[in-house]
Design a protein around this ligand. Structure first.
Ligand code: SF4
Length: 364
């Protein structure tokens, strides 16, 4: 794959030709390693760039655009080539969409549900999560054949390699020792939403090798919080104004990609379960406001960021419920914040750009 990266759809169709199954996986957290181990390519569905037309007769306009665009993809028949769907229980909106797709639309393909424990995590939560992993393995096995723990162990090791590379990329970027725009950095990370590990690892290695700087270079930075690193034009505006995104607290990126390495001395299912409990805090996991605030303050300290941009998705309840408290906590600690309220795939308006410019001027 080194040097040649087909577009997402071409890649997924090529994978099918190789005899692999392709599943549509909705946000945000699922044990991808289990799918890899069973020969399934997880194709994550976050923000398909579609005009929202058909979904309007199925979902209310005040449901977030991540869910609405994901369902539009299904309604437009653009997911017909998939061999199944996996719906993690991320929030009520995803859960409701999953029910509508499964129960009302009745797609002629298997639908799997994955229920994650929410914080606070007790010993019972660990047992529960392990049980859910075993149940998922059991139901996938019925469609796809034998579940091999040894193969899962190999996938856990590949996943650890990806985590190491991503951790290094973030660390180098925070120190100003990674050449490249914010756009290229996040476009690279998002390749992990559909590439299998053997294709993703060389890309990450190549980016690191080609873009590492021997001396720090760069300007002041900001932290991005919210769901997705989009629109890309927003990242471009920051780059043009000489501001780096030095780190993030995005559900789609840092909150799940900066996973601790999994313990390869224990069983792979146990290792997957343990990792979940050590991910960065996130409102979709039920993390407390104070835990999130402490995490963000620590990020600001470590990266010397000048402020935080909350790139909010309209109607995302988990994020919006926390925001006033987090903002107040940050203000009390002297951390400037900017809140943008966007639909995914929305064009960046001139007014939005002016607000970003004014914020950057304020913190410079
Ligand atoms: S954007 Fe928010 S409400 Fe929408 S799917 Fe993601 S977590 Fe759920």
């Amino acid at each position: 794959m080194r040097g040649r990266v087909p577009d997402r759809l071409t890649y997924l169709l090529e994978q099918k030709e190789k005899g692999r199954a392709v599943f549509g996986v909705f946000p945000a957290l699922c044990p991808k390693e289990m799918l890899w181990a069973m020969g399934v390519v997880p194709a994550e569905i976050w923000d398909p760039p579609l005009e929202l037309v058909k979904v309007n007769s199925h979902l209310q306009p005040y449901i977030c655009s991540v869910v609405r665009s994901g369902m539009e993809l299904v309604l437009q028949g653009k997911s017909d080539f998939l061999d199944g769907f996996l719906f993690p229980h991320t929030c009520d909106s995803i859960q409701n969409m999953a029910s509508v797709i499964k129960d009302c639309m009745g797609p002629e393909k298997p639908c799997y549900f994955f229920y994650l424990p929410k914080a606070p995590y007790t010993e019972a939560a660990r047992t529960y999560y392990l049980t859910k992993l075993q149940e998922l393995a059991g139901s996938l096995e019925k469609q796809l054949g034998g579940f091999d723990q040894e193969r899962l162990g190999e996938c856990v090791r590949l996943s650890n390699r990806i985590s190491s590379l991503i951790e290094k990329l973030y660390a180098m970027r925070a120190k100003g020792r990674l050449r490249g725009t914010s756009r290229s950095f996040y476009q690279l990370l998002r390749k992990g939403e559909h590439l299998m590990p053997e294709d993703l690892i060389p890309l990450l290695e190549q980016y690191l090798t080609q873009n590492t700087l021997s001396e720090p270079k760069g300007s002041s930075g900001v932290i991005f919080s919210g769901i997705l690193p989009n629109p890309l034009e927003l990242l471009d505006v920051l780059d043009q104004l000489g501001t780096r995104v030095v780190h993030d607290d995005l559900l789609n990126c840092g909150r799940r990609l900066l996973a601790p390495k999994m313990d390869t001395t224990i069983g792979p299912l146990e290792a997957l379960a343990e990792r979940y409990f050590h991910l960065p805090p996130c409102p979709t996991k039920g993390s407390g406001v104070q835990e999130r605030l402490d995490f963000l303050l620590d990020l600001v300290k470590k990266t010397d960021a000048k402020g935080i941009i909350f790139n909010m998705v309209k109607f995302c309840e988990p994020e919006w419920f926390d925001l006033p408290f987090i903002q107040k906590g940050l203000k009390d600690h002297g951390v400037p914040t900017l809140v943008l309220d966007m639909e995914i795939n929305q064009d960046l308006s001139a007014q939005m750009i002016t607000r970003v410019e004014a914020f950057l001027e304020l913190i410079s």
